[in-house]
Design a protein around this ligand. Structure first.
Ligand code: SF4
Ligand code: SF4
Length: 400
């Protein structure tokens, strides 16, 4: 993985998921990077890591579209490599052959077997990482570690906990599903979780990232936000700078993405997109499509500013629970499947009379339940205090 401001980020326009158009766009995005042959040599085993958060239709914008994975797999084969597709779905979903089969079916990935193998090998390997800033050891999917090359294939999405889900966040998928809640439990605050994501990204060091930004997700992503056309693919050997460019394209402040903020402070990532070696058909301004932010990051501005004042930090921490966005079960939408119970890292959810119930005192606001409920049975809403502050802020903005 190339890091520092020399990592080239390449963009290519792509207006639809038509197979030929996507393949043309992937080639165009890879051309400034030297083509697929720069990353894949004959006879290498190549892990393709899409975003398969949960079993969802390709048109939902929850997952990396199969057309993108197919186009990349075909180029890997052209370069002489052997591609296989691997991911572990979201927190609390077992990582087992039966759940993977169901995931591939629901995501429309079964036809991809013509271009790449679908992984059913569920071995897990513990990897020491002495240089880790927050974690010195990871339990990861073994086939990814055995691969000669890892190609990261994220989807551009907003994210309730990390603000952005793209190149760096996508790699969390190589943590097995049932282990994910324990990571959320250990790294409850966004900064520590972000540090873990940086560690994981540096440990895995994907050779190449190609992100599906043809149709992304805005608002309350990564699972239940709105679809938004961005109309492009982005490719880079540097996942941090790719995410920085995506932030600029969707009008997200990169300093609100906890792992990018930390990466900038550590010199892993440039602070400004102008420092990135960009290869694009047009200017960033002409390609920009603003995405709406997740409600979980829409904290009243005054409170955000107060958080930075040292003396008021403790007060803000104490008030945090009153002000933050909380998950709530929509009893009309809940079908009692129990996925959220398994996904919750702090055992805050139980089943009562066939419906989920959240113990708000135990909830650590990780939003895994909202992310993984297959039926939209969890909604995010501000507390009463938060609603009042938001109303005050809106009124102040109107007057100003
Ligand atoms: S809230 Fe969603 S995930 Fe939880 S039990 Fe209900 S339907 Fe299942
Ligand atoms: S109930 Fe709270 S702690 Fe549990 S998954 Fe949902 S947001 Fe996370």
């Amino acid at each position: 993985m190339q890091r520092g401001s020399n990592g080239v980020v390449s963009l290519a326009r792509c207006g639809s998921y038509a197979v030929d158009e996507v393949k043309r766009a992937v080639r165009a995005a890879l051309e400034p990077l030297g083509g697929m042959g720069s990353f894949v040599k004959p006879n290498q085993r190549v892990a393709l890591k899409p975003n398969l958060l949960r079993g969802a239709d390709a048109s939902s914008a929850v997952i990396t579209h199969p057309s993108v994975v197919d186009a990349v797999a075909r180029l890997v084969v052209e370069a002489g490599g052997s591609p296989f597709i691997i991911d572990s779905p979201g927190a609390g979903i077992p990582y087992a052959p039966w759940s993977l089969r169901r995931l591939y079916q629901r995501c429309g990935y079964i036809p991809l077997e013509h271009s790449a193998a679908l992984n059913y090998d569920c071995r897990i390997t513990t990897v020491p990482f002495a240089d880790g800033r927050v974690l010195k050891r990871f339990d990861l999917l073994s086939p990814v570690l055995d691969a000669d090359v890892v190609i990261n294939l994220p989807k551009v999405k907003s994210h309730g906990f990390t603000y952005l889900s793209c190149a760096v966040k996508n790699l969390f998928g190589v943590v097995p599903g049932l282990d994910k809640p324990s990571y959320h439990g250990r790294f409850k605050d966004r900064e520590r979780f972000g540090g873990m994501l940086i560690d994981l990204c540096l440990l895995l060091a994907p050779a190449l990232t190609i992100c599906d930004g043809i149709v992304g997700m805005e608002g309350d992503g990564p699972s239940w936000g709105g679809k938004k056309e961005l109309g492009l693919l982005a490719a880079s050997a540097d996942p941090f700078h790719l995410d920085l460019v995506i932030c600029s394209l969707i009008d997200f402040d990169p300093m609100r993405v906890p792992y990018l903020k930390q990466a900038v402070h550590e010199g892993i990532c440039a602070a400004d997109v102008s420092a990135v070696a960009l290869k694009a058909p047009e200017t960033l301004d002409s390609l920009r499509v603003p995405f709406s932010a997740p409600a979980t990051f829409d904290a009243p501005g005054v409170i955000d500013r107060l958080r930075h004042a040292f003396l008021l930090r403790l007060v803000c921490h104490a008030c945090g629970r009153l002000l933050s966005i909380t998950p709530r079960v929509d009893t009309a939408g809940c079908r009692g499947c129990g996925v959220c119970v398994d996904a919750c890292p702090n055992r805050a959810i139980s089943m009562v009379s066939g419906r989920a119930r959240i113990n708000r005192h135990r909830c650590i606001r990780c939003y895994c339940c909202h992310e993984l409920c297959p039926y939209g049975g969890i909604v995010l809403s501000p507390s009463r205090t938060g609603k009042i502050l938001r109303a005050l802020r809106r009124a102040a903005l109107r007057r100003g």
